[in-house]
Structures are given as C-alpha cells and as structure tokens.
Write a protein that binds this ligand. Structure first.
Ligand SMILES: C[S@@+](CC[C@H](N)C(=O)[O-])C[C@H]1O[C@@H](n2cnc3c(N)ncnc32)[C@H](O)[C@@H]1O
Length: 375
C-alpha cells in the first residue's frame, strides 16, 4: 500500500506476477507505454489497478506478435475501452488458436502419411495456411484492386444518411466513403500497412469479435470479405450489434448458376465450386440479420479487379498481376491455375473463346451472382 486509499503493487511484485523482468517494466515506463502512477516512499515504481490493466493489455498484444509502436497506438486509442480491448484480444486469440489447431492437424496428417510412405502434395502442404492468406498474397492486392465508382454508388446509397461508418475487412480501404466518419477493421498487418496515407483509422481485429460497444456506428459495411471469415454469420451479427445499419457486398455462394453463367469458372476453373462448398448460402446470411438482397451488376469495364471483373476482357486473366490480386487463383493451387490459363490462352488464339461467348460483346453489364445485403 503506497499512500492514499488505492492499492498499489511494487515493480518487483508486478514483474513476478506478470512473468516479465523488472527491466522490461522499466523500459515500458521509459518509452511511455506503461507508466506506473505512483512511487513508494523509497522511490520505487508503484502500479495502481489501472496501470496493471494497461500492462495486461500490452503483454497480451505483445504475445500476439504486435510491435511496441503498434501496441502503443492500440492501447492509447481513445475510442477503445477495457471491454473493447478484451473483445478484440479474444477475437485475435481465437483466430490464433484455430490457426494453431489447423496447423497441428495438418502436421499430424502429414506424419501419418509419411509413416505409410505417402508424400503430401505441395498444394496440401500449403492449404493449411489459408487462414493467413492475406499475409501471403496481400502485397499483390493494390495492383488491380480499387474502388469501382458505379458499384461504390450502390453501396453508398445503401448506407443512407449514416455519418459514422465501420468498414469491416477493410483491406487497403477501397469503397470507404469520403465525407463520412469512417473507422476500418482489418486483421492482416500486410493489408493494414498498405492503406494509403490519410485513409481512415484502422483497427486490428476480426469481424467475429469487433472491439466496439453496442450501436457505436450509424452503419457497418463489409466489401468482398465475408467469404474469408471463419464464421460469417457470427461476423454479420457482430456488425449488427455495433451498428444500426448493415451493408454487405458478397457472392451468392449457393447459386451454382453464376458459376455456369461465368465462362471462367464454367470452362476453365471448375475448382471454384470446391472453394465455396460448405459456405452458407446468401439467403441464409440475409435471414440471419433480416437483410434484403439487391443484385449488383458488373460493368464491362469494371475498375476493381475482382474475380469476375474481366468477364468481357478475357485477355486480362492471362496477366499474372491480375490473377495474384484475387485470392481464388492462389486457393485453387498452381496446377489448376496453370491449366486454366493455358486453356484460355489457346482458346483466345484459336477464336474458340470468341465463338463460345459471342453474346457477351453486346452486353454492358453482367449479372454474375454478386449481391448486396442491406439490413
Ligand atoms: C478481398 S479483400 C477485400 C478488402 C476490401 N474490403 C476491398 O474491397 O478492397 C478481403 C479482406 O478480408 C480480410 N479478412 C480476412 N478474414 C477476416 C475476418 N475474419 N474479419 C475481418 N476481415 C477479414 C482480409 O485480410 C482481406 O483484407
């Protein structure tokens, strides 16, 4: 007990309890990360309950691999209270736990296979890193992924008169409306680092566990991201908890129709069907949050290079940088990608593609299963 009514712990006691060295605590004090609010009569650092709470957050973020500078931004964020930090930490830890469990299961499977003399394929070896996909492929993203103004107009219209907007799975910030107060959420450090200077502030968190109080925002939006979430329904419900309106741009995974309508998935990349197996159908997602569904048409000269964007410009798919900015091409694996590109190249030069897809040349927009959920 050091002066006053509040209980304080000495630096040595805090170090012992937290399992860190006294030197580490001195360092955190020196750089302003965790400043003990009092001194003992003998001049030693003394930590109040609030200081300990802050230290606990710092150590938890540290354990998750965040750097000290990033942690300082996180814990000094005035919009985030202790409960919000605990929610965020919980989400990040669950993600880490699931990733560790998946890696462990894959290692066990490979050990078992090797014991029987079977070698796993390179695709199988890499599959388990799917959850960290954007850490691996994120740097190729900005080459072709940007806001398509006609689709943005539809999204912003659905946001109504919302002034405060949360953008979940925000990536590099495409589709974030200007003239509104935007907060972004993005779990991938690679994606966060590529947000342009002056972009909205971005919080490291996942959709399934948003570090905000109930009804903190007028609206929450998510663009081209829910197919990456571990639990899309939980994420959508989180969006609905923190915001009064929810606007989501996604794919109708249940509708095999679009995969047949779209020549790329129908004739060259049928493996895409496997990627969507098990994903909740879009009407189930809509029902979970009471949303209405609006089709989103893709203009023939779509500025945002998502998978279907080049439906009338097939040569684009021959370009490596176009493919690398779309996760599907990595997820189907190198063999399928090579085969699809070779097939398309051949059909373009023989005229077979043009013959098969003659009807597309007259269209200005295509309906390929993209949907807006508005709740
Ligand atoms: C295709 S990018 C879309 C980015 C951005 N919304 C855009 O339209 O350019 C998908 C993003 O979702 C993020 N993501 C993956 N899992 C997530 C999760 N559980 N919660 C929130 N975002 C997630 C990825 O890190 C990636 O930045």
């Amino acid at each position: 007990m050091v002066g006053g009514v509040e209980e304080h712990l000495t630096v040595g006691r805090v170090a012992g309890l937290a399992g860190v060295s006294v030197r580490t605590l001195h360092h955190y004090d020196e750089i302003g990360l965790v400043r003990p609010s009092a001194r003992t009569p003998g001049g030693y650092r003394a930590y109040a309950a609030g200081d300990v709470e802050r230290l606990r957050e710092v150590l938890a973020y540290r354990r998750l691999g965040f750097g000290l500078r990033e942690i300082s931004d996180l814990v000094d964020d005035p919009a985030t209270d202790t409960i919000a930090h605990l929610h965020r930490l919980r989400g990040l830890l669950l993600e880490q736990r699931d990733r560790a469990a998946a890696t462990l299961a894959a290692i066990d499977k490979e050990l078992e296979a090797r014991a029987m003399g079977i070698r796993t394929t390179p695709e199988e070896q890499l599959k388990v890193f799917g959850a960290q996909l954007y850490e691996a492929i994120g740097s190729a993203y900005p080459a072709t992924r940007r806001t398509e103004p006609r689709i943005a107009a539809q999204v912003w219209d659905a946001l109504g008169d919302a002034q405060t907007v949360l953008n979940v799975g925000a990536g590099t910030g495409s589709y974030e409306p200007s003239h509104r107060d935007v907060t972004a959420v993005e779990p991938s450090a690679v994606m966060r680092a590529q947000r342009p200077a002056g972009a909205a502030r971005c919080v490291a968190a996942s959709a399934e566990s948003l570090p905000f109080k109930d009804q903190s925002f007028d609206a929450a939006m998510a663009f081209s991201t829910i197919h990456h979430w571990q639990d899309p329904i939980a994420g959508l419900r989180e969006m609905q908890r923190v915001a009064r309106r929810v606007v989501v741009f996604t794919h109708d995974a249940s509708d095999a129709g679009w995969r047949h309508r779209f020549w790329l998935t129908r004739d060259y990349l049928p493996e895409v069907s496997e990627l969507v197996t098990g994903r909740p159908p879009v009407d189930q997602l809509a029902r979970a949050i009471g949303a209405r569904l609006e089709p989103v048409l893709i203009p023939w000269d779509c500025a945002d290079g998502f998978l279907e964007a080049h439906w009338r410009r097939p040569e684009a798919y021959l370009e490596e940088h176009v493919r690398r900015a779309v996760s599907v091409w990595t997820r189907v694996g190198p063999q399928a990608e090579k085969r699809a590109v070779a097939g398309l190249r051949e059909d373009l030069s023989s005229g077979r593609w043009a013959e098969r897809n003659r009807d597309l040349t007259d269209l200005d927009t295509a309906e390929l299963g993209l949907r807006l959920l508005v709740a």
